[in-house]
Design a protein around this ligand. Structure first.
Ligand SMILES: CC(=O)N[C@H]1[C@@H](OP(=O)(O)OP(=O)(O)OC[C@H]2O[C@@H](n3ccc(=O)[nH]c3=O)[C@H](O)[C@@H]2O)O[C@H](CO)[C@@H](O)[C@@H]1O
Ligand SMILES: C=C(OP(=O)(O)O)C(=O)O
Length: 431
């Protein structure tokens, strides 16, 4: 298994290109199951999760081809991938494929809406909480599906087609909103989603579905209205820039000091996180090319944050912000309200000398004068990258084990950081 070695202390200066968003690319790829025609996705990131989902879609009969690069393309341009689900050859998504990734469960909705039946293994994904799928299934049942759990598989039936309905989510769910949007797009009649997720990735999916012929209004607000259509067609859509990758590198610059342009980044997709960063002492400016993040040698101020659904501070940046706060001049409180087990990075940050106390859903972080390199290992994607941020500022060498978590969601991480002066290398091998 690969490892990453980082020697801390170097400031970051230069340009980091922001890739297409993992959490937008995955539902967009899944939307290709809704139509016989080709869905072309531009700005696709090259990530382990994307490759895994390509395998899953391939098993259902989706053909995908990658456009050749043009002479003017740089290494940093995202790929263009064409997905065609002319015939669905298998409505089962097996455990071996689905158990590795949470979002793969979302194939349930388009398979059910288009084929009237499906059988999908209960999902896996990052170990950050129990992560039930009850609300996704509640939404599909409201649309008329019959749902049973059999031997670890969720079996859905809607032989006579789905029918529009009023769906009130008791809790904001991104996956629930994605799946309800896809299913309702092919249901008979009107659907209203209330307390829908407002995340930018929901808007990206809705915009793509609209290009495919769906009739959706209100995406990005908590009430979304969908008028079902009998079929959807092909479309061309560019995956939005990754707001979590953006926030992660912005936090890395705030940690090490320096001056970096996050090329292609959009401030409106992560304003709450940028506000917290500014409060900590970083200067963030929006330019035509993206976001410029600057911090001089001055100290990091402690800032309290609480995660909540968009537009509040995202849970997917909580671990990275905690890494930053380990070097703050004072104490900060970080409250996690989305996932009950998303503090797995705390004990690993402690190996580097961080002083963090857990009180229920809140981490109390007392900034330390310095961190020291050590061997660390993380159990999920964002926790892993929080260790990268801490290591960039630690004295001496840090080795991060289990790099496969990082490869799920960060495209060319070592290259992007070393291009800005970080001393970081991947060591291939066992362990
Ligand atoms: C691939 C992808 O886009 N993953 C993101 C998505 O995950 P995901 O879509 O899984 O997250 P949700 O928004 O659904 O989860 C929010 C909360 O609702 C709970 N819940 C969810 C569904 C359900 O049926 N029942 C239920 O109780 C969850 O356990 C969690 O406590 O949104 C999360 C919250 O922004 C992010 O951290 C993930 O990175
Ligand atoms: C938790 C995440 O991913 P997933 O929902 O795929 O586990 C994430 O992207 O931070």
């Amino acid at each position: 298994m690969d490892k990453i070695k980082i020697t801390g202390g170097a400031p970051l200066n230069g340009v980091i290109p922001i890739s297409g968003a993992k959490n937008a690319a995955l539902p967009l790829m899944i939307a290709s199951l809704l139509t016989k025609e080709t869905l072309t996705l531009e700005n696709m990131p090259q990530l382990a999760d994307v490759t895994q989902l390509e395998r899953i879609l391939g098993n259902h009969g989706v053909d995908f081809t990658i456009s050749g690069k043009r002479a003017t393309d740089t290494e940093n341009s995202g790929r263009t991938v064409h997905f065609t689900a002319r015939d669905i050859v298998d409505v089962t998504a097996p455990y071996e494929l689905v158990s590795r990734m949470r979002a793969s469960f979302w194939v349930f909705a388009p398979l059910l809406a288009r084929m009237g039946e499906c059988r999908v293994s209960l999902p896996g994904g990052c170990a950050i909480g129990t992560r039930p799928v009850d609300l996704l299934l509640m939404a599909l049942e409201k649309l008329g599906a019959n749902i049973e759990i059999e031997n670890g598989y969720v079996v859905g039936n809607a032989k006579d087609g789905l029918v529009g309905a009023e769906i009130d989510f008791p809790k904001v769910t991104v996956g629930g909103t994605h799946t309800a949007l896809m299913a309702a797009s092919l249901a008979r009649g009107a659907t209203v989603l209330r307390n829908a997720a407002r995340e930018p990735e929901i808007v990206d999916l809705a915009e793509c579905l609209i290009k495919m012929g769906a009739r959706i209004s209100g995406a990005g607000t908590s009430t979304i209205e969908i008028e079902g259509v009998t079929s959807l067609g092909g479309a061309r859509h560019a995956v939005m820039p990754d707001r979590i990758e953006t926030g992660t590198y912005a936090m890395a610059v705030a940690m090490t000091g320096g001056d970096v342009l996050l090329a292609g980044a959009r401030a409106d997709s992560l304003q709450a996180a940028l506000d917290a960063l500014s409060e900590s002492g970083a200067t963030i400016t929006e330019t035509n090319e993206g976001l410029r993040v600057y911090r001089n040698g001055a100290g990091i101020s402690p800032v309290d944050v609480e995660t909540a659904p968009f537009p509040a501070f995202p849970t997917d940046l909580q671990a990275q912000f905690m890494a930053l706060m380990t070097r703050a001049q004072g104490t900060s409180r970080i409250r996690e309200t989305i996932f009950e087990n998303r503090f797995m990075h705390v004990q690993e940050l402690a190996r580097l000398g961080a002083r963090i106390k857990l009180e229920g859903d809140t981490a109390i972080v007392t900034g330390a004068d310095h961190l020291d390199g050590a061997q660390v290992m993380a159990t999920d994607l964002r926790a892993s990258v929080s260790l990268v941020i801490a290591a960039l500022a630690a004295r001496g060498e840090t080795t991060i084990n289990r790099v496969y978590h990082l490869d799920r969601g960060f495209e060319r991480l070592e290259k992007k950081l070393s291009g800005c002066g970080a001393q970081i290398e991947r060591v291939s091998g066992q362990g």
